[in-house]
Design a protein around this ligand. Structure first.
Ligand SMILES: Nc1ncnc2c1ncn2[C@@H]1O[C@H](COP(=O)(O)OP(=O)(O)OP(=O)(O)O)[C@@H](O)[C@H]1O
Ligand SMILES: [Mg+2]
Length: 374
C-alpha cells in the first residue's frame, strides 16, 4: 500500500430530487489499499461506489482514478471490476464460461483466456468446478465465481458492494479471509461496501464511516475504535457497542471543566469491571447477562437508570436482579459534547490531538479542561 492516491473523490455530490446519496464527499484511496465504506442503510455507500464505478455521474465534483479525471468516463474506460451482493451469474453458462465471459466480450484471445481462467480458478479455490452450472454450487462457491470473474479481468481496482451478505455467518468469515488474502496477493486496490462493522473492522486498512451522504470519520479500524470522532461513530463501531450515558449518570470525571449536563460519556464494555457493590465506583442492578463461552456481557442499570455494559471473562454466574459494583479507569472514558455530539476527549489523545491520527498515550488530564482545543 503506497501513499499515492489511486482513487480521489473531490467534493463529489449526487442527489435525486429530494434524496441525497453523496454530499460534497472528498476521499482518497491509496494504491493497494483495502478501503471499506461502512454505515447504516441509506447513508450513501452504494452511491459512492457507483460514482467511482461510473454507474452514476456526479452533480458536482470530480472523480480521479490513477491520476486521471474519469468524472465523465464510462465504466469500461475506468479499468475496474465489480462484485455485487447478487452474484449476477448466467445460470445457463458453466462456471468457466461465467468467469471468462467478460474476456470474450473484450475479444481476449482464446489461449490467454484459458491461461487467466486457470489462474483465477486456482486463486479462488474453484479448480474442479469449472464445468458446473451456478445452480449446482453453494452460495459460497457462487460468490467465488463472482470473485474469479473480478480476478480474471486483471484490473488494478475492484469494487465490491456487500458481496457476502447472502452467505451465512460461518461462510462469511472464511470468504472474508479469502478476499483479503486474494487482494493482498494481487496487490489490487479494493473499495468494499458493508453495513457490518465486524466485517469492516476485520478486513479494512481504512474504514470510511458514512452517515447521511457524508463522511463521519475515516481512519484505521484501531483509530475508529479507540478515538471515535462522534457519538454516532462510538455507537456504530464495536460489538456490543460502547455504553453511552448522560454526564450525570457517573461520578464527576476528575478534571472535567464542563457541566456534566453538557456531555455524553462513553465506556467500552471491556473497560468496565464488575466488583463487589461496596468496591464499585457506582452500583448497578444486573438486567441481563449474555454468556458467550469465553466471556459474558452483562448489562447493568445505574442508579440514575442508564445502562452500562461490562465484559466479564468466562461465566461469572451473576443473574438478573443482583446488585453489583461497577468500576473503570478514568483514562478509558470517552467524552462527547452533548450539543454537537462530537468527541471532546479520549483518554489517550493529548490536547489538540487529531482524532484521525492519534499520537502516543498520555495520562495527563489537563486537556480535559480545554475541550475546545480538539
Ligand atoms: N437512483 C436513485 N434514485 C433516487 N434516490 C436514490 C437512488 N439511489 C440512491 N438513492 C437514495 O440515496 C440514498 C443513499 O442510497 P445508497 O443506496 O447509496 O445507500 P446505502 O448506504 O448503499 O444503503 P444500503 O446499506 O441499504 O444498501 C438513499 O436515501 C437512497 O434512497
Ligand atoms: Mg447499498
Amino acid at each position: 500500500m503506497s501513499d499515492a492516491a489511486f482513487i480521489r473523490l473531490d467534493g463529489v455530490s449526487k442527489g435525486w430530487g429530494g434524496s441525497v446519496g453523496a454530499r460534497e464527499l472528498s476521499l482518497s484511496v491509496p494504491q493497494g489499499a483495502f478501503l471499506v465504506l461502512l454505515g447504516p442503510s441509506g447513508c450513501g455507500k452504494s452511491t459512492t461506489l457507483r460514482l467511482i464505478a461510473g454507474l452514476e455521474t456526479p452533480d458536482a465534483g470530480r472523480v480521479l482514478i490513477d491520476g486521471r479525471d474519469v468524472t465523465h468516463a464510462t465504466p469500461a474506460e475506468r479499468r475496474l471490476s465489480m462484485v455485487f451482493q447478487s452474484y449476477a451469474l448466467f445460470p445457463h453458462l458453466s462456471v468457466a464460461e461465467n468467469i471468462v465471459f467478460g474476456l470474450e466480450v473484450r475479444r481476449v484471445p482464446r489461449a490467454e483466456r484459458m491461461e487467466r481462467l486457470e489462474r483465477a480458478l486456482e486463486l479462488t479455490g474453484l479448480a474442479g468446478y469449472e464445468r458446473r452450472r451456478p445452480g449446482e454450487l453453494s452460495g459460497g462457491q457462487r460468490q467465488r465465481v463472482a470473485l474469479a470473474r473480478a480476478v480474471v479481468a486483471d484490473h488494478p481496482l475492484c469494487l465490491m458492494d456487500e458481496p457476502l451478505s447472502n452467505l451465512d455467518a460461518k461462510l462469511r468469515h472464511s470468504v472474508r479471509q479469502d478476499i483479503r488474502a486474494l487482494q493482498r496477493r494481487l496487490g489490487m486496490t479494493v473499495v468494499y461496501v458493508t453495513h457490518d462493522q465486524t466485517e469492516a473492522m476485520t478486513m479494512a486498512d481504512i474504514v470510511v464511516l458514512m452517515r447521511d451522504g457524508r463522511i463521519e470519520q475515516a481512519g484505521t479500524p484501531a483509530q475508529l475504535y479507540k478515538f471515535p470522532a462522534s457519538v454516532f461513530a462510538a455507537g456504530f463501531v464495536g460489538s456490543p457497542p460502547m455504553s453511552l450515558l448522560p454526564g450525570e449518570a457517573l461520578p464527576r470525571p476528575p478534571g472535567l471543566a464542563l457541566d456534566p449536563g453538557a456531555v455524553t460519556l462513553g465506556l467500552r464494555p471491556e473497560c468496565v469491571r464488575v466488583v463487589a457493590p461496596e468496591r464499585g465506583m457506582i452500583t448497578g442492578v444486573v438486567r441481563e447477562s449474555e454468556f458467550l463461552g469465553a466471556e459474558t456481557f452483562m448489562v447493568a442499570v445505574t442508579p440514575g437508570g442508564s445502562l452500562l455494559t461490562a465484559r466479564v471473562p468466562g461465566d461469572p454466574g451473576i443473574t438478573a436482579g443482583v446488585t453489583v459494583g461497577l468500576a473503570w479507569d478514568w483514562a478509558d472514558l470517552h467524552v462527547f459534547d452533548r450539543a454537537t455530539h462530537r468527541r471532546l476527549r479520549g483518554a489517550t489523545v493529548p490536547a489538540g490531538g487529531d482524532v484521525t491520527s492519534p499520537v502516543g498515550a498520555t495520562s495527563s488530564l489537563e486537556f480535559f479542561t480545554s475541550p475546545a482545543a480538539e
